[in-house]
Design a protein around this ligand. Structure first.
Ligand code: FAD
Ligand code: MLT
Ligand code: ZN
Length: 476
């Protein structure tokens, strides 16, 4: 049980009664699920490492329904766990005990799209990939992309401030989300759904909800600025002999590719071994200690291809890169992206995953992996490093046959102390959720945590929204 492994006690929230169920059923007929089998996948996270035992799943269709649910739950002191596509990686998306799960799955309507400004307004439950398909038909794309695109909801992306594979080019959701609508714990609807590039009227309240992981309000709709679909996309997949060559290739690539660079990702050879072994993918270049995936997005394919092949020639001539391949056709582009995007899936086939998502100065980024590999020796099955190098974000993952308390203790808090020593972030893009909330102090000062707790107490005085997540309770 999650509660046993993590030593957490249920807070004195009310238990769902038959009268509560009747209220919900009357409010949204057909949107109340209590069948145990149907509830199972909503109670367990994507990594299958935490599990709750909620007995009720609510699927509202409108903001007003969300508002009525929260108003009622707040009065009744019932805890609520907001859930999007349930692809979160820190245990934030599933209940810890019997919290009511409020899923945005049926809130999947596009409200408007303006093809002059590129501003999309939609409900929170729209699946990221569906939004991207919709936009592509109008020659636009979403400003974010991640391997979970087929399942994650835009509301979940906003609630976690997801980064992903395009952040290097289009920036974080803190810049591209222009407005949002959220329902607060007491049921009040906060309409900050502005569709303006510029709006300096008072505090920017939407930022409070971006990355708040369902603890301050439920995001019900978002307004987001979308870029034009690039006319030409090209990819390079390269093998590098060492991590310092990965870094020098990055500097060279920024200089030579400039404005068309849209992604710079890296993975080590241990990751390559995992995608080959578990997913039967094929390494398209000669085996190397590191691989780099570079994407360009531009408006002139001949011009971009020429730039990319000049770059490849240069990095090979200067021995920064040992081998490489280029792609401009869709099929090969997808094949090369799969090598990087499907590492998460390959790790899930490898055993129990200890997952870390760290920001560090880039020159220190891989030292943490090397250090951990030496520290853990044979007690770990795989110790791998990959991530969004262009954003200074390392994904350090360790696998073992099954969960072991002693292995966990060998990793934590060591990883967090290591990160803190270089003023890094112990959660670069996945959030704190349930698993990491106790480690927030490695990345934030006491005063900042206190202020966060005060915001939480002000917006959700009874603490019904996603309890046990993101922030340690005040006394801790
Ligand atoms: P969920 O998992 O359902 O929820 C995540 C958190 O947000 C929970 O705390 C939940 O309570 C809260 N929440 C959900 N919806 C709402 C809402 N409407 N209002 C308020 N709170 C809400 N993340 C990255 O940043 N970059 C990546 O590249 C990336 N790649 C991934 C690849 C894979 C294969 C997987 C499985 C995950 C990946 N993630 C990545 C993790 C990432 O956080 C999620 O994929 C995504 O942003 C979560 O969206 P979701 O709809 O699944 O949210
Ligand atoms: C990624 O970049 O692949 C995601 O953040 C998922 C992960 O960390 O495994
Ligand atoms: Zn990532």
């Amino acid at each position: 049980l999650t509660s046993e492994r993590y030593e957490v006690q249920r807070l004195p929230f009310a238990h769902v009664s038959d009268r509560d169920l009747s209220f919900f059923e009357c409010l949204m007929p057909g949107g109340v699920i209590t069948d145990e089998d149907e509830l199972k996948p909503f109670n367990v996270d994507w990594l299958k490492t935490v599990r709750g035992y909620s007995k009720v799943l609510l699927k509202p269709r409108t903001t007003v329904e969300v508002s009525e649910v929260l108003r009622y739950c707040n009065e009744r002191n019932l805890a609520v766990n907001p859930q999007g596509g349930n692809t979160g990686l820190v245990g934030g998306s599933v209940p810890v005990f019997d919290e009511i799960i409020l899923s945005t799955a049926l809130m999947n309507k596009i409200i408007s799209f303006d093809s002059v400004s590129g501003i999309l307004v939609c409900q929170a439950g729209c699946i990221l990939e569906n939004l991207n398909h919709y936009l592509e038909q109008q020659d636009f794309i979403m400003p974010l992309d991640l391997a979970a695109k087929g399942s994650c909801h835009i509301g979940g992306n906003v609630a976690t401030n997801a980064g992903g594979l395009r952040l290097l080019r289009y920036g974080s959701l803190r810049g591209t989300v222009l407005g949002l609508e959220a329902v607060l714990a007491d049921g009040s609807i906060l309409n900050c759904l502005a569709s303006l590039r510029k709006d300096n009227t008072g505090y920017d309240l939407k930022q409070l909800f971006i990355g708040s992981e369902g603890t301050l309000g439920i995001v019900t709709a978002v307004s987001i600025l979308c870029p034009q679909k690039p006319k030409a996309v090209n990819l390079a997949f390269l093998g590098c002999p060492s991590f310092s060559q990965v870094l020098r290739t990055f500097t060279t690539c920024k200089g030579m590719l400039g404005e068309i660079l849209s992604a710079y990702e890296f993975m080590d050879n241990e990751c390559m071994e995992l995608v080959k072994r578990h997913l039967k993918l094929v390494n398209p270049v000669a085996e190397s200690p590191f691989y780099v995936l570079i994407e360009t997005s531009g408006s002139n394919s001949a011009h971009d291809e020429e730039k990319l092949s000049n770059f490849l020639e240069h990095v090979m001539a200067t021995n920064l890169v040992a081998d490489g391949t280029l792609a401009s056709e869709d099929k090969k582009i997808k094949m090369l992206w799969a090598l990087r995007e499907r590492i998460t899936e390959a790790l899930a086939c490898d055993g129990y995953i200890y997952k870390y998502d760290i920001s560090l100065p880039v020159d220190k980024l891989y030292d943490l992996v090397t250090d951990l590999r030496a520290r853990l020796g044979r007690s770990a099955r795989s110790v791998v490093g990959y991530g969004h190098l262009g954003d200074g974000n390392l994904h350090l993952n360790i696998t073992a046959e099954s969960y072991s308390h002693s292995l966990q203790e060998a990793i934590e808090p060591y990883v967090y102390e290591w990160t803190s020593q270089y003023c890094g972030s112990i959660s670069a893009e996945h959030g704190l959720g349930f698993k990491k909330k106790h480690y927030i102090h490695y990345s934030k000062p006491r005063e900042a945590i206190l202020l966060m707790q005060q915001f939480k107490a002000m917006l959700d005085p009874k603490g019904i929204l996603n309890p046990y997540k993101t922030l340690p309770v005040k006394a801790e």
